[in-house]
Design a protein around this ligand. Structure first.
Ligand code: ADP
Length: 964
């Protein structure tokens, strides 16, 4: 294949040749014309030069004759001088000389003073003196040459009463004494010379000029009076040229018209005059120019014809080239298509014998080209691979010369049986005669194998498979589907619609769901069928089938149906079991909750009366009765704790426990917990290491519940310690944005195998067989609470050497957490909501310390203390606290009295007052509440209850809750 570049160059070559031809033509034409020009100009030069030579000779002859005549006139004068004859007689002599000469106008004698003595024109000439004229003076003074004829400048003079141009030509006369005796001369008629010059026909622009040797113009043809006597100054003056050659030509520009001229000149023999003959270039070259224009017109015509011809040729060639390129491109394109396609191409003759196969065949099918050329399709086909009907169809198509498509057959090759698919178009010549087929074939063996594998897979599928075409007709189904539908009496047929199949099922009663409203059910089922994808359960005969349907890419649908009767039964059984378990669990929680409630009421009475008995006057009870009383109160307390814990745990499990989240100061809470637990530690002889100043900031937690957790851990650390053991507290911020609190004891430790059961309710890990009191609920409760607060709890322990229980809680105020979140039904805590001030009137410093510690856990509280009722009243008036906590047994007055006085004073009447007392009898409580205490709390102080009472009282206080 030639490169397109070279092809395009051929039209460029044509263009270049055409341009070259035009250049040669123009050049040769130019040269030719230049030669013509030169010839014309040389001819003109020769002509002017020749004319100048002839005219110069003629002029010289004329002036020779004039010289002879003037010499004769002088001789006459000399004769007269010698004879003394009067001048009057001279007229006749002069007249005789003048007559018959066409040259002269007159002849005359002039004396030495310039007076005219005689004239050929007048017998008695009027006196004229020419002493002032230049030629007289010139000749008088011209010594010693007295023989050279002097031709003076042309003059205009009056002669016989007529103004005419004349050319004086004179000789001096020398008297006998040898002195100047005047001049003898003639007046030449310049018109004579003009006529002579005009007699040579040189053309209309010819100018003949006669110059004196010094350059003065003596005569001119055509006559021009302005130029006569002039010397043409400022021009390449003729006299300068003449110095170089006596005969010659040159070119000059006309002084008056600016036209170029060729000028021929010649010096007259005797060197006296110069004659020039000038011809205008335009006249000289008139013929040349005429020829030039004609030639140029002819040339232009030739160039035009050449240009048009070239353009046409280039266009034609260009088109051919483009066509050839296009053809080449399309050939390459089709060759590429053929090479890239999975098909190969072939041609058969009229008898269906392969006569050409594309060279891609071998590459694609591993079949040899040669092996097939010359054979018919029937010699190639494996007869088993084509059904009789298909073979018949194909044979008919070939016979009738019809196009055919997708004819599939197999042939045996070295690699085994291979499947082919062929399509062809009949070819006809111009006369419409059949010439054979042209077509393409491809190897579809892999496709066939994939189809077979797919069929096998579908057959192996343990359910029904049905495929519908975009028109909704069944095109394929597996044997499973066939068997299934056989069971209802009618197997599926190709071309069946989904609706027809459904209706057959309904009619056979195979679809119990459709029994009630068959049409409605079929409509619903068809909607599922038409959806892009669906998955439904359908009751089928006595079983359940799962039906999965998908739209195929071509708009058809694929339906899968398999029996899930057993799975459904299992799932339903499982569901029922789960529901039963859930119900039982709920019942257990409900039972525990209601039992706990029921137990609390009598327990309160038992503990309350027990405490009442303990507080009875000394001596009323015997020591052993007091001891029994003590046991009743402690056992009651233990039982109450258990009931409370169970209530909490069941509350959490039933999802009913609410937390009040807010910032909680870990250091302060630890101090409260330690203070609360201190008496128990003392009793058990366990030392609690002084809490170091822990400044670990605030965690986001429910303070009350966190305190409960800490007390629980501390209480365990004491309970499961050894005599003389110790408990250590630790808290620190972690790099995970949380605070870790650790309670470490030196106790019995926990077996690694038991660790997993630690946080399971009612698991005491053997402690139930010891004397250590407990319920096994504490840690389970702690774990639930910590997790509800987004924290973690865990333990590290070594048997016999001690345990470290740790709790990790998120830091309050960490950016991505809410600063305070209220969880559950109870709502936000008022104590967390803002500043408030509290007045605590109590004489017992231990109690003051405990309350102080509890209040330190609140963020913004100001606590004032008074140890007497009177002081309390004063402070209440002056400080106007938000809340007053009042002990009822004060040294100076009864708490009821203090309340009365507070209520009596307008300044303090509205302040909420909480009673905090050891008088725990229900009657006392009722009485206190009636008296107007906003809450009545009993000792030992329940921290949670105390904080809740403060919250409630703050809610009731008058005016804004702003800081005091
Ligand atoms: P309780 O203390 O009421 O038995 P808990 O839930 O608080 O219940 O604790 C469960 C069990 O974990 C205890 O019975 C005890 O066996 C074990 N345990 C708890 N704390 C410790 C500890 N600090 N050292 C050793 N064992 C402990």
């Amino acid at each position: 294949m030639q490169s397109p570049k070279r092809k395009i160059a051929s039209s460029q070559w044509i263009l270049a040749a055409a341009i070259g031809t035009v250049l040669v033509l123009v050049l040769s034409f130019g040269l030719d014309q230049w030669r013509h020009y030169r010839v014309e100009m040389a001819q003109a030069e020769r002509a002017t030069r020749g004319a100048a030579v002839i005219l110069a000779e003629h002029t010289a002859l004329t002036f020779d004759a004039v010289g002879d005549a003037v010499r004769a006139v002088r001789q006459l004068r000399l004769d007269a001088l010698a004879t003394g004859e009067p001048p009057a007689a001279s007229h006749e002599l002069l007249k005789a000389l003048d007559d018959g000469s066409p040259v002269f106008r007159a002849l005359a004698w002039i004396d030495k003073d310039g007076n005219r003595l005689a004239s050929s024109l007048h017998a008695d000439p009027p006196p004229i003196n020419i002493a002032g004229l230049d030629h007289f003076a010139t000749l008088r003074d011209r010594e010693p040459d007295r023989e050279t004829l002097y031709v003076a400048a042309p003059k205009r003079s009056k002669l016989l009463d007529q103004w005419i141009w004349m050319l004086p030509a004179s000789l001096p006369v020398t008297g006998p004494d040898g002195a100047f005796a005047g001049i003898a001369g003639g007046i030449i008629d310049p018109g004579y010379l003009s006529r002579v010059y005009a007699s040579i026909d040189l053309g209309s622009s010819a100018v003949v000029t006669l110059f004196r040797r010094d350059g003065m113009i003596l005569a001119r043809e055509p006559f021009d009076s302005d130029l006569l006597g002039e010397t043409l100054a400022g021009r390449p003056f003729i006299t300068d040229i003449v110095v170089q050659a006596p005969v010659g030509t040159f070119h000059d520009v006309g002084p008056d018209d600016g036209a170029e001229r060729v000028i021929g000149y010649a010096v007259s023999p005797g060197d006296g005059f110069i004659v020039s003959v000038a011809l205008r270039h335009d006249e000289v070259l008139a013929q040349f120019y005429a020829g030039l224009w004609e030639g140029m017109a002819r040339l232009a015509l030739i160039v035009l014809v050449l240009a048009v011809g070239t353009w046409f040729l280039v266009r034609q060639v260009g088109r051919r080239e483009a066509l050839a390129l296009e053809l080449q491109d399309s050939e390459v394109r089709f060759r590429d298509f053929a090479a890239a396609s999975a098909d190969w191409f072939w041609e058969t003759d009229e008898e269906h014998r392969l006569k050409w196969i594309s060279d891609t065949l071998g590459m694609k099918s591993g079949l040899s080209q040669q092996a097939r050329v010359g054979r018919t399709i029937w010699e190639i086909v494996d007869p088993d691979s084509v059904s009789q009907a298909a073979a018949e169809d194909h044979r008919r198509a070939l016979l009738e010369h019809l196009p055919f498509q997708g004819f599939c057959y197999a042939r045996r090759t070295a690699q085994g049986r291979r499947w082919m698919m062929a399509s062809g178009m009949p070819m006809f010549d111009r006369q419409g005669r059949f010439r054979g087929y042209r077509g393409s074939s491809s190897d579809i063996t892999e496709q066939r194998r994939a189809e077979t594998r797919l069929h096998e897979a579908i057959e192996a599928f343990p359910g029904d498979f049905m495929l519908f075409d975009p028109q909704g007709r069944l095109v394929f189904h597996n044997r499973h589907a066939e068997r299934n539908m056989q069971a209802i009496g009618q197997p599926p047929q190709r071309g069946d619609t989904m609706e027809a199949i459904l209706r057959r099922h309904v009619a056979a009663g195979a679809l119990p769901d459709a029994a009630r409203d068959p049409e409605g059910w079929i409509a619903w089922r068809l909607r599922q069928h038409r959806a892009p994808a669906s998955r439904i359960l359908v009751r089928f005969n006595r079983g359940v089938a799962e039906v999965i349907e998908r739209r195929t890419e071509d708009g058809g649908a694929m339906v899968l149906r398999f029996d899930v009767t057993e799975q459904e039964a299992a799932r339903e059984a499982l569901q029922a079991a789960r529901e039963a378990a859930d119900a039982a669990n709920r019942a257990k929680s409900d039972f525990l909750a209601s039992m706990s409630h029921e137990l609390r009421t009598p327990l309160n009475a038992i503990i309350g009366f027990g405490q009442l008995l303990q507080m009875n006057k000394p001596g009323t009870l015997t020591p052993s009765q007091l001891e029994h009383c003590d046991i009743i109160v402690r056992s009651g307390g233990h039982l109450l704790n258990l009931v409370d814990d169970v209530l909490d745990l069941s509350g959490i499990e039933a999802g009913g426990l609410a937390l009040s989240l807010g910032p909680a100061d870990v250091g302060a809470l630890l101090a409260v917990a330690v203070a609360t637990i201190a008496p128990a530690a003392d009793d058990a002889g366990i030392a609690i290491d002084p809490v170091p100043a822990l400044d670990v900031g605030e965690v986001l937690a429910d303070r009350q519940r966190l305190l409960q957790i800490l007390i629980n851990l501390l209480s365990n650390a004491i309970k499961y310690n050894r005599p003389g053991g110790s408990v250590r507290l630790f808290a620190a911020m972690t790099d995970r944005g949380s605070v870790r609190i650790e309670v470490t004891d030196t106790g019995i430790g926990i077996q690694p195998a038991d660790v997993d059961r630690l946080f399971v309710p009612f698991q005491r890990l053997g402690a139930e067989f010891s004397k250590i009191p407990g319920t096994g609920i504490g840690l389970a409760l702690c774990k639930r609470l910590v997790e509800m607060m987004d924290g973690r709890i865990g333990v590290e322990s070594r048997p016999d050497s001690g345990s470290t229980f740790w709790v990790e809680l998120p830091l309050a105020g960490v950016q991505d957490r809410p600063a305070a979140v209220a969880v559950g039904r109870r709502g936000g805590s008022r104590t967390a909501a803002g500043h408030f001030s509290l007045l605590y009137v109590e004489d017992n410093p231990i109690n003051r310390g405990l309350v102080g510690h509890i209040l330190e856990t609140l963020p913004q509280v100001t606590v004032h203390n008074a140890d007497h009722g009177a002081d309390g009243l004063d402070l209440a008036r002056t400080l106007q606290p938000d809340i007053i906590v009042l002990d009822l047994n004060l040294p100076d007055m009864n708490g009821f009295e203090v309340l009365r006085q507070l209520q009596a004073d307008r300044a303090t009447a509205a302040l909420p007052v909480i009673a905090l007392t050891a008088s725990a009898m229900p009657d006392d409580v009722r009485r206190g509440l009636r008296a107007g205490f906003s809450d009545y709390l009993t000792k030992p102080l329940d921290v949670g209850g105390f904080l809740a009472a403060i919250d409630a009282a703050l809610a009731k206080r008058p005016g804004p809750q702003a800081a005091k």
